[in-house]
Design a protein around this ligand. Sequence first.
Ligand code: GDP
Length: 316
Amino acid sequence: LIVHMKPGITCESGLGKSTLINSLFLTDLYPERVIPGAAEKIERTVQIEASTVEIEERGVKLRLTVVDTPGYGDAINSQDCFSTIISYIDDQFERYLHDESGLNRRHIVDNRVHCCFYFISPLGHGLKPLDVQFMKAIHNKVNVVPVIAKADTLTLRERERLKRRILDEIDEHGIKIYHLPDAESDEDEDFKEQTRILKASIPFAVVGSNQQIEAKGKKVRGRLYPWGVVEVENPEHNDFLKLRTMLITHMQDLQEVTQDLHYENFRSDRLKRGGRKGPEPEEMDKDMILQEKEAEVGYFRLQYFLGFSKEIWNML
Ligand code: GDP
């Protein structure tokens, strides 16, 4: 599963994206990262970084590649950021399309982006015009999961209000976010209830931290404030655990939607545009037969024409 992370589009970086990823996978993905200075920011383009982490969930080992765009939001020209990220997603589709039509189809490495966490700033009063633009630019290519960053900076009421506002704006602008499928009727009640809660929590308001803090006699991942500790993995404090559960329980669905919807969109668009870069083998065969038929027809046409002109010639 590939998760595509993106920090919010603000002039300064630091919506807590890498901290959240570390919290999610209990790793430190970027231990040597250097925060760029102002001069560097202007020059910076969006760099795509991919790191693979292994997580174990109820005994099942999952290999997860996180693709991060550390410079996004820092670069002055946001259109450049857009196009770098969009080309990255398209390149992975392109590679898959190419491999799928190759000889070694059984051993394709699936590097397609299955999910994009879109970080929204807690400081605004909803979506920024750039958020709308970006989500619309990618919503037909990848599963977008909106996330409110640094939720500990909001009171409960502010959090609820911001969630409602974001959902209304998503609706108003026709942005297509990832919809969790309803639980099947034969699923157990706990799973149904979990799905209902997850659905009701979108956009997930999350808190991340790279620090272990002592709270109620236990060491927990959290943020220490003069008035207390915000615990990352406490569902009463924020939606971090819900986001993590969503990712793990719906991993297969995220992959299926990527295959059936986003990849299909890409593939049919490709074929419509007459792109010849790696059509499906069946398509390729059909194409070749058509071309051969065309050549035959052309050949016969030519013969007929010569014969005809010969007859006319003889008649004259
Ligand atoms: P990135 O640039 O989006 O990857 O942001 P970082 O993860 O580097 O975080 C930038 C700053 O925000 C750091 O000082 C973090 O300690 C802080 N931060 C990260 N997550 C949170 C959070 O959930 N709440 C608050 N209040 N601060 C956070």
